[in-house]
Design a protein around this ligand. Structure first.
Ligand SMILES: Cc1cc2nc3c(=O)[nH]c(=O)nc-3n(C[C@H](O)[C@H](O)[C@H](O)COP(=O)(O)OP(=O)(O)OC[C@H]3O[C@@H](n4cnc5c(N)ncnc54)[C@H](O)[C@@H]3O)c2cc1C
Ligand SMILES: NC(=O)c1ccc[n+]([C@@H]2O[C@H](COP(=O)([O-])OP(=O)(O)OC[C@H]3O[C@@H](n4cnc5c(N)ncnc54)[C@H](OP(=O)(O)O)[C@@H]3O)[C@@H](O)[C@H]2O)c1
Length: 454
């Protein structure tokens, strides 16, 4: 795979995924350069991040609880609440870097501008500082929640709408909704948070959705909901029906809150978690609406024919997976599809890795941590990928399973069940180690054979 005994690696990004890889590389003494556009680590969790691409807003709290989100060997402070705010989380990532001592290995304020695969399989990397460097391997950790996906196609009348249209990526604080008539579109977590913010500050708040969602509260039975039945060995097919029953008894039907009935089973869509939206709906502070049909002058018309005056429409319609540093004929995720083995290994290029490129029913950080172990073991020759045909068969099977289970949507191309996927990564690590051992034994046998023959 690599041109030298100890391969050199370019790591793109020092968000929570990038720092997990940087630590794993640092601990194994593998040489790497980590490029980070911003002046600090933490990516999305840095409100008003100088990289200009964080989707964080002033009121953002995590929706995966503290104990589920923390790295395995660096607990979050016990003084933190169960669902800390963005600044707690950003500080935690900063502390992680200092605790494990690899800050000096991150180049802050320097981004990766272009990556090109050379004929010998290595990568030529050009940075925003205008430098060019050649690496044996590239790890991509540039995040997948920063490039806004606007409604496709745009709603009729959008061009002449007299109010403001904004994507949730650009929502930063309550002043943007204060004293305005606001339509929030979507049923994901951005829509929940922004509708709740608006419900306290806007003149009127409408929550418009093309389909319903099961809204999961942050607590059940006084425990963070993602800490209930979360042991890694319990498979999703046991956990989710159980959780669906618990929700039915605790929260009840979504229609009771005026929301559309979900058109799918529980856990067949990315989870929508909110401890506050149902309360605001119950107080009449948010008016549910079906999908937008059209914008007209200063009015939004919905698919049921009703109309409201609107100063602002916030499209909480999700994100695109984008790699601006790759040429499109090299790597592109059209419609958010990128066929990767185990969501991290490029089946064609064994020295190109992707980190945190999953949408878990659970937190991304421990996943990126475990993925980093597989990558760094591969880099030092202690993990071997299966043959390409086997990887492609696995990718195809996984894709077809995902398509069968999840609501058809561009937001559902990289879904994983947290526990199942973590277990899968652990098994893959063992299998990859066995393959590496077998390959070493075979090449030793070959060397002995050649020596005897010689
Ligand atoms: C509003 C919001 C709330 C969320 N809440 C949760 C949650 O509660 N729990 C959860 O698990 N997940 C949550 N997520 C998902 C989120 O993606 C992860 O929490 C986390 O940010 C992923 O980390 P990352 O390092 O992969 O990406 P990011 O945090 O996006 O970090 C990417 C880093 O790469 C850098 N970078 C990008 N391009 C380049 C380049 N060309 N060169 C150099 N550096 C570059 C960026 O500056 C950034 O620092 C949320 C997402 C959003 C949008
Ligand atoms: N910590 C937190 O509290 C928090 C807050 C915000 C976001 N997040 C995370 O950030 C990520 C992105 O979340 P997100 O809410 O921004 O995006 P998302 O999960 O992709 O949700 C997008 C929503 O917009 C709808 N939608 C998309 N296109 C549409 C269209 N053309 N017309 C009508 N509706 C449309 C989708 O409906 P369909 O399902 O029908 O496609 C879905 O309801 C997720 O991982 C989420 O968990 C976390």
């Amino acid at each position: 795979m690599t041109s030298s005994e100890t391969p050199s690696t370019c790591l793109i990004g020092a968000g929570s995924s990038g720092i997990a890889a940087a630590k794993a590389l640092h601990e194994r003494g593998l040489p790497f350069d980590c490029y980070e556009l911003s002046d600090r680590v933490g990516g999305n969790w840095v409100f008003q991040n100088k990289n200009g691409i964080s989707s964080s807003y002033r009121s953002l709290h995590i929706n995966t609880s503290r104990e589920r989100m923390e790295f395995s060997d660096f607990p979050m402070p016990k003084s933190y609440p169960d669902f800390p705010r963005h600044d707690h989380i950003a500080r935690y990532f900063d502390d992680y870097v200092d605790h494990f001592g690899f800050r000096d290995e991150i180049r802050f304020g320097v981004g990766v501008d272009h990556v090109e695969r050379l004929d010998d399989g290595r990568f030529e990397v050009r940075t925003t500082a205008g430098e060019t460097e050649v690496y044996d391997a590239v790890i991509v950790a540039n995040g997948h929640h920063w490039d806004p996906r606007w409604p496709e196609p745009p709603f009729p009348g959008g061009n002449s709408f007299e109010g403001e249209q904004m994507h949730s990526h650009y929502y930063k604080e309550e002043t943007q909704v204060a004293d305005r008539d606001v339509v929030v579109l979507g049923m994901g977590n951005s829509a929940m948070d922004i509708a709740v913010d608006a419900s306290y500050h806007a003149r009127n708040t409408y929550l418009s959705a093309r389909r319903g969602a099961y809204i999961i509260p942050k607590y059940l039975f006084g425990k963070p909901v993602d800490q209930i039945g979360g042991a890694e060995w319990i498979p999703g097919w046991i956990r989710y029906p159980l959780m669906a029953q618990l929700l039915k008894f605790n929260v009840g039907r979504m229609e009771n809150y005026g929301l559309p009935e979900p058109d799918h089973k529980f856990a067949h869509a990315h989870p929508t978690v909110s401890g506050r939206i149902l309360d605001r709906l119950a107080h009449g502070a948010i008016t549910p609406k079906p999908n937008i049909a059209a914008l007209d002058g200063d009015t939004v018309r919905f698919t049921d024919g009703s109309e409201v005056h609107a100063d602002l429409v916030v499209y909480c319609t999700g994100y695109k997976i984008t790699f601006p540093f790759f040429d499109e004929d090299f790597v592109v995720a059209r419609d958010n599809e990128l066929p990767l083995y185990k969501f991290m290994f490029h089946p064609e290029y064994g020295n190109l890795f992707f980190l945190g490129l999953v949408q878990p029913l659970g937190a991304i950080m421990p996943i990126a941590e475990r993925q980093s172990v597989l990558i760094t073991e591969a880099l030092r020759g202690r993990f071997e990928l299966p043959p390409r045909a086997q990887m492609e068969a696995d990718i195809a099977a996984r894709r077809s399973k995902m398509k069968k289970r999840y609501v058809a949507s561009k937001r559902h191309t990289i879904q994983v069940d947290y526990e199942d996927y973590m277990r899968d990564l652990a098994n893959e690590l063992e299998a990859g180690r066995d393959r590496a051992d077998a390959a070493t034994a075979a090449s030793e046998r070959g060397a002995v054979g050649a020596a005897l023959a010689g």
